[in-house]
Design a protein around this ligand. Structure first.
Ligand SMILES: O=C(O)CCC(=O)C(=O)O
Ligand SMILES: [Fe+2]
Length: 294
C-alpha cells in the first residue's frame, strides 16, 4: 500500500505547500485541560503557552531526575545521548520516557497527555521524547526548522497530526537560548532542497543540514509572521504544532536552560516508511511502537 505524499520535500528545489490538515483535530467542546479559547488560539498561532503545567515541587523532582540522567556514565555511553561537539557535555537524551520511570509518569499525567488528546482529537502515542540540556557558557542552539519536515521525510509521519510540548525545568529568560517560533508559520509547509544522506540523523542532531530552510525563505517568513520568544519560569510549558518554524539560539549566559520535550502523535497517523529518506531513523528518535498512552 502506498500513501500519497502530501508534503514533498528534499527534492531539487525548495517548495512550499499549503497545509492540507487541520490544526486542532478534536471537536469543539471536547472536555480537557484546554479551554475552547485556548484551542482557538492554538489553531490560529500554532502554539499555546501554559504558565504553570506542573508545580514547583514537581519541577524539583523532574529536574533532579534530569541531573541524575545527564551525570550517569551509563546514560552518557548510551546511543540515545547526544554530546555537544565542542564542550563534550550532554546536549540531549532521547527516549527519556522509556529510560526513566519518572519521565514516564510525566507523559501519562493528564495535564500533559490530556492536552495532546484534545488537540489531536484521538488517542495518542509518543513519537519522540527527549530532555534538552542547555548548560550555560556556550551551549549551542537549534537552527530554524519545522519538526514535521523531518518527521515526514525521515520518519514517515503522513499527516500533520502531531504536537510537541516543551516543559521548562529551569527558568527560560529572554537571554538563555529560549524557544523562538514564527506565529502562523504552521499553515504552510516548506519542503527543503537537497536529498537526505544515509546517516543524516547523526549529524543533524548536533547541527541541522538537510532539512534546513534557505535564508530567502526564512527572511520571507520572519517578515510575514514575526518571531516570538518564549520565556517562563520552571514548570511552564509551550505546546506547539509540528509544522511551526522554530529554533533557539546559543546559551552564552551562566544560567542553564533545560527542558523536557515530548512529541505526541495521533494513533491514526502512525509512521509509515520515510517519504524522503533512504532508511528509517532509529526507533529511539522516531517510534514504531504505537501503543496509546494510558
Ligand atoms: O528547545 C529548543 O531549544 C528547540 C528544540 C527543538 O527544536 C527540537 O528539539 O526539535
Ligand atoms: Fe524542533
Amino acid at each position: 500500500m502506498t500513501i500519497t505524499d502530501l508534503y514533498p520535500s528534499r527534492g531539487a528545489t525548495e517548495v512550499s505547500t499549503p497545509r492540507k490538515d487541520p490544526v486542532v483535530w478534536g471537536a469543539p467542546g471536547t472536555p480537557g485541560p484546554i479551554s475552547d479559547i485556548g484551542l482557538q488560539s492554538f489553531e490560529h498561532d500554532g502554539f499555546l503557552a501554559v504558565d504553570q503545567i506542573i508545580s514547583d515541587d514537581e519541577v524539583a523532582v523532574y529536574h533532579r531526575e534530569l541531573e541524575r540522567l545527564v551525570t550517569d556514565p551509563e546514560i552518557r555511553a548510551d546511543e540515545r545521548s547526544i554530546i555537544e561537539p565542542q564542550s563534550k557535555e550532554i546536549r540531549s537524551v532521547f527516549e527519556v520516557h522509556r529510560i526513566s520511570e519518572v519521565f514516564a509518569n510525566l507523559v501519562r499525567d493528564e495535564r500533559v497527555v490530556g492536552r495532546a488528546r484534545q488537540i489531536l482529537g484521538s488517542d495518542v502515542y509518543v513519537h519522540q521524547s527527549r530532555i534538552n540540556v542547555k548548560p550555560g557558557f556556550g551551549a549551542s542552539g537549534f537552527y530554524w526548522h519545522s519538526d514535521f519536515e523531518t518527521w515526514h521525510a525521515e520518519d514517515g509521519l503522513p499527516n500533520m497530526r502531531t504536537v510537541s510540548v516543551s516543559i521548562a525545568l529551569t527558568e527560560n529568560h529572554d537571554t538563555n537560548g529560549g524557544l523562538m517560533i514564527m506565529p502562523g508559520s504552521h499553515r504552510t509547509f516548506l519542503g527543503c532542497a537537497g536529498a537526505t544522506p544515509k546517516d543524516n540523523y547523526k549529524q543533524s542532531l548536533q547541527m541541522q543540514d538537510a532539512g534546513t530552510p534557505s535564508d530567502e525563505a526564512l527572511t520571507e517568513m520572519a517578515t510575514q509572521y514575526g518571531i516570538k520568544l518564549f520565556t517562563g519560569k520552571a514548570g511552564s510549558a509551550t505546546w506547539f504544532d509540528c509544522n511551526c518554524m522554530h529554533g533557539s539560539g546559543d546559551n552564552i549566559t551562566p544560567f542553564p536552560r533545560s527542558n523536557v520535550f515530548i512529541v505526541f502523535n495521533s494513533v491514526d497517523n502512525a509512521a509509515v516508511e520515510p517519504f524522503a529518506a533512504p532508511i528509517r531513523r532509529p526507533e529511539f528518535i522516531g517510534a514504531r511502537d504505537f501503543t496509546p498512552v494510558r
